[in-house]
Ligand binder design. Structure first.
Ligand SMILES: *Cc1c(COP(=O)(O)O)cnc(C)c1O
Length: 973
């Protein structure tokens, strides 16, 4: 204890201070995160002709919007110190055994999967598999996932994951609404669905004018026309219903039926596809994914082949490569829902790839017999539990159940039961004062049953022993499954750890991730995902917590949210943050709903026009349509900027109906548009609100703030700017920040009290879990804690420097399409390759695939402008890596020049045949007009940095014509 701190520092104290400052510098995380060191920065600035980084930034970012003071954030901590701080926060969480169920069950992550996927940057730093030749590993894992879902649900096709069960049900509702021809606008939702699913459906239905009928499927008379229905299987309270009669009646009325099914139960129960369901949705969380206080987990979506073009999200399909070998890719890729813009019925972009990969591997690891054994164990323990409870004088509501019981308390007092369960650190589900629910899971042991009986007996003295109870049978499963599943060899041959380890590694080595080279994906910000940021994700204090655990047990999480919300509010300049949306697309949807509700609340509910520049990401118009808005496009001028005159004209024209403008800043064209404040003011003057798409926040942090610029709402892609890894296409988080007048409308939640739950004005739930994919928020917390205000600001500046350096080095080879008024770009740049088509018959894909031969992942291709590539290097890439990338593109330009000059054949050349597999080069015969060496080692350093693609160029059209989305028989290989 320091009683009298000396006013004047003693010499000793000064020495100590200096020492600690020095060690702080040594251990600072900032130079670990930022690629270029100060010498590199000076060299790069010299190339650009600027004396200092600040001079560059002053010329890049409009003065009028510059943040005048540093961000108010805590002092940066070292990796070690931040982990120590977070461990203290984690310790405030209490890990109880949770038998709450409701779609979330404790599970066991097989250690081989935990370490080699979840904790492995080879898997988690990969990008969405848009370049399939270097993504065959995760595509295969996702194909396994689809096969798993198809087999378990008994339906024909499945996608490669959705965000959570509740939003998957909402997607099913949308699909049903789209295809049903009976003109009805009501949707039946069984009251036996999980409450969060019902709430999310209600939120989604409202703006579309869909009427939700929550009712009892046993008594619903179909007098009211419905276009579809959703049923829970087994029901939320555990009951297994036979839905055949309901489905027949629904079909007779032309309605589509969705069944939300627990996939583990489907190893024992008749699958929905066999009793007539049109769509099945659910969560694969209990396939080895930690509870994580709500996520991330992979939801699934399965349906009939006839609806394949309307399926939300991504589907992996089988095609063939240039050599005719089977090869995987995202099927119907150009039809990815949100790419259809305002014609889309879903806005899903980022999904839950890493979790789908893990769940699929859980099935690979256990196989059909193992999964069945796990399900049978859980069921027989549940039967035992029911028998014991009956002996204790309780009644169990249903005779037909899988793993969940609804226990009527009768004369017993709920308070006593809860007190006893708290004593034993056990969570039960409370239905009401007269009934509780218990859901067992893979981790449950007979000893746990004894604890549960103690709770209900009110004493440690049980009137029976475990052994006395009748031996459990499967007799409580009313609809037992007859059909086989998972007979494909992939689910039957990797059951030893050695075999599985090698399978995982085999797949991992086919994929190019950040462990190999930079992934310069424009708009996607593939920066460092630091190990120290990832470590807390797998701490039990964060991982083993049920999303509906009492708040008293989740004080650590509450503190984490409070701090992260405060930091994000400071970074964005907003008054309130919602951490519920679990992807950028969901942030857009939530933010627009907030705007909609704001207008509604002011009696201006007729405002429904959403202005969106033509350069916007496809999710923007798709989200607007989901919010019942009418999209009006705003033109861009020849410089790529929003055409302010057109904006004025459109805002004026729709003045009375103007709801919002959606604007990305800096623009998707990679430029800080000068008149951004004017743009916001125009919209406000016509009564509209400004939604800022924050995907490009990496160019703003510490330099300017959406809230100050004039935006009312903004989402952040934490999996872009704030270091959550892309996971091969997910998970992510898309929290929104809002100005104070919009705070009352932020999302609520039906089960857990969150800030806004009590506000009648809240928009309802937009995701199943109250704080979305809560467990990965630790990554962004760690990032901000370790960077501090100065580090974050420096990162932004270096991100802008890196992009301008690339633009400068490449501009004489490929024109930079758009620039700001001083000839500079923001944090990314668009390189124009369109002229190459005429001069050398070179398509954008030829360059993208040729980059693979040089060991690089292509930048974003043909978006937001066709025939161009958009390069975003991020601050994490070193000067050496940037130079190597530029050298590759320059070398490719020379290869193209040889085609232009006629020296090289226009058809048979290294670009058209790229990427080159080792197999295609190591052949006895060689018929091409160039050498094998030119193909594989075009520049000396490729010998050191070689990445061999697993397959050659994939035939996209073939895959769509011959649509297959489950595992091929082995003889196909
Ligand atoms: C990534 C991105 C989105 C979508 O975000 P998801 O997290 O993938 O849903 C929206 N807008 C822009 C500009 C983006 O780059």
């Amino acid at each position: 204890m320091v009683l009298n701190a000396p006013i004047l520092k003693s010499n000793e104290q000064q020495v100590l201070d200096e020492k600690s400052q020095k060690s702080q510098k040594l251990s600072s995380f900032v130079p670990r995160h930022i690629g270029p060191n100060s010498d590199d920065i000076q060299q790069m600035l010299k190339v650009l002709g600027f004396p200092s980084l600040d001079a560059l930034i002053n010329q890049t970012v409009p003065q009028a919007i510059r943040l005048k003071q540093p961000l108010k954030l805590p002092e940066a901590e070292s990796e070690y110190a931040a982990l120590t701080s977070l461990k203290k926060v984690a310790a405030k969480n209490q890990v109880f055994r949770s038998y709450i169920g409701m779609g979330y069950y404790d599970s066991i992550t097989p250690p081989v999967i935990g370490r080699n996927i979840l904790e492995n940057p080879g898997w988690y730093t990969a990008y969405t598999p848009y370049q399939p030749e270097i993504a065959q590993g995760r595509l295969e894992a996702l194909l396994n996932f689809q096969t798993l879902i198809i087999d378990l649900t008994g339906l024909e096709i499945a996608n490669a994951s959705l965000l959570d069960e509740a939003t998957a049900a909402a997607e099913a509702m949308s699909l049903s609404y789209g295809v049903c021809k009976n003109q009805a606008n009501a949707y039946f939702v069984s009251g036996d669905c999980h409450p969060q699913t019902i709430d999310v459906l209600q939120t989604r239905a409202q703006p579309l004018g869909i009427k939700i009928i929550v009712g009892d499927h046993q008594t619903f008379d179909f007098d009211q026309p419905i276009f579809g229905a959703v049923l829970q299987y087994p029901a939320s309270d555990g009951t297994i219903y036979d839905y055949r009669a309901f489905i027949e009646k629904a079909h007779a009325k032309g309605a589509l039926v969705t069944v939300a099914a627990d996939p583990l139960s489907l190893t024992l129960l008749t699958p929905p596809g066999e009793f007539g369901a049109d769509i099945a949705v659910g969560s694969t969380q209990r396939f080895g994914i930690p509870l994580g206080f709500g996520g991330p987990h992979a939801a699934y979506f399965a349906t009939k082949e006839e609806y394949k073009r309307l399926v939300p999200g991504r589907i992996v399909g089988v095609s063939k490569d240039a050599q005719g070998k089977p090869a995987l890719r995202l099927a119907l890729q150009t039809r990815e829902q949100h790419i259809r813009r305002e014609k889309a019925t879903s806005n899903i972009c980022t999904a839950q790839v890493l979790l789908a990969v893990m769940a699929s591997m859980y099935a690979v690891y256990h196989g059909p017999d193992g999964l069945k054994q796990i399900a049978e164990n859980i069921h027989s323990l549940t039967v035992l539990l029911a028998q014991g409870l009956k002996r204790l004088g309780y009644s169990v509501v249903s005779e037909s159940f899988f793993d969940t019981l609804r226990v009527e308390l009768g004369t017993h007092n709920l308070k006593d039961i809860l007190a006893a369960s708290e004593q034993l650190q056990i969570n039960l589900r409370v239905f009401d004062a007269t009934a509780v629910g218990i859901s067992l899971d893979e981790t449950t042991t007979p000893e746990d049953l004894i604890d549960l009986w103690h709770i209900f007996a009110g004493t440690d003295d049980l009137p029976f022993t475990l052994e006395e109870l009748t031996s459990p049978s499967l007799s409580h499963l009313s609809l037992s499954r007859k059909s086989t599943y998972l007979i494909h060899p992939v689910f039957n041959r990797y059951h030893s750890e050695t075999e599985l380890l090698r399978y995982l590694h085999k797949l991992e080595s086919k994929d190019l991730s950040l462990t190999t080279s930079m992934i310069p994906l424009g708009s996607c910000t593939m920066k460092l995902n630091a190990t120290a940021e990832m470590i807390p994700v797998t701490w039990e204090e964060f991982g083993k917590i049920h999303p509906f655990a009492p708040l008293s047990q989740t004080q650590g999480y509450q503190l984490l949210f409070e701090q992260l919300e405060a930091w994000l509010a400071e970074i964005t300049g907003f008054a309130g943050i919602s951490l519920q949306p679990n992807a950028g697309s969901q942030g857009e949807y939530a933010g627009l709903l907030v705007i909609r509700q704001y207008h509604e609340n002011r009696g201006e509910g007729h405002r429904n026009v959403c202005l969106i520049p033509t350069s916007a990401h496809g999710t923007n118009p798709a989200s607007a349509v989901m919010c019942g808005m009418k999209v009006v496009a705003v033109a861009c001028d020849s410089q790529g900027n929003i055409d302010v005159d057109d904006l004025k004209a459109k805002a004026e024209k729709h003045s009375n109906e103007l709801a919002a403008l959606m604007v990305t800043y800096p623009s998707t064209h990679g430029v800080f548009e000068e008149p951004i404040q004017e743009i916001c003011a125009i919209v406000h003057s016509h009564g509209g609100q400004v939604y800022m798409d924050g995907a490009n926040m990496n160019a703003q942090v510490g330099i300017c703030r959406p809230g100050d610029i004039g935006a009312d709402v903004c989402h952040l892609n934490l999996h872009k700017t704030f270091c959550i890894p892309h996971g091969g296409g997910g998970p992510g988080m898309g929290p929104i920040g809002v100005a104070s007048h919009l705070v009352p409308f932020l999302p609520g939640h039906p089960v857990v009290t969150i800030d806004n739950s009590t506000q009648h004005s809240n928009i309802g739930a937009v995701a199943a879990a109250p704080w979305g994919s809560a467990s990965i928020l630790v990554i962004s917390w760690m990032y901000i804690a370790m960077m501090g205000a100065d580090g974050l600001t420096q990162a932004t500046k270096v991100a802008i420097l890196n992009a301008n350096y690339i633009a400068k080095r490449l501009e004489s080879y490929y024109p930079v399409l758009y620039q700001g008024k001083n000839g500079l770009v923001a944090h990314e740049c668009i390189l124009d390759l369109r002229s190459l088509k005429k001069s050398a018959a070179i398509e954008i894909d030829d360059v993208a695939k040729r980059l693979i031969d040089y060991g690089f992942h292509a930048p974003t291709v043909s978006w937001p402008v066709g025939g161009t590539i958009m390069v975003e290097p991020t601050e994490s890439e070193s000067k050496q890596e940037l130079d190597r990338f530029c050298d590759a593109l320059i070398s490719i330009r020379q290869e193209i020049a040889e085609i232009e000059s006629g020296k090289v054949d226009a058809q048979d050349n290294v670009l058209k045949n790229a990427p080159h597999t080792a197999e295609s080069l190591i052949t006895d015969e060689w018929h091409h007009l160039y050498s094998r060496e030119q193909a594989a080692y075009p520049v000396p350093w490729t010998r050191e940095y070689k990445f061999w693609p697993a397959v050659g160029r994939i035939d996209a059209a073939f895959g769509d014509r011959n649509f297959v989305c489950s595992c091929l028989p082995m003889d196909a290989y």
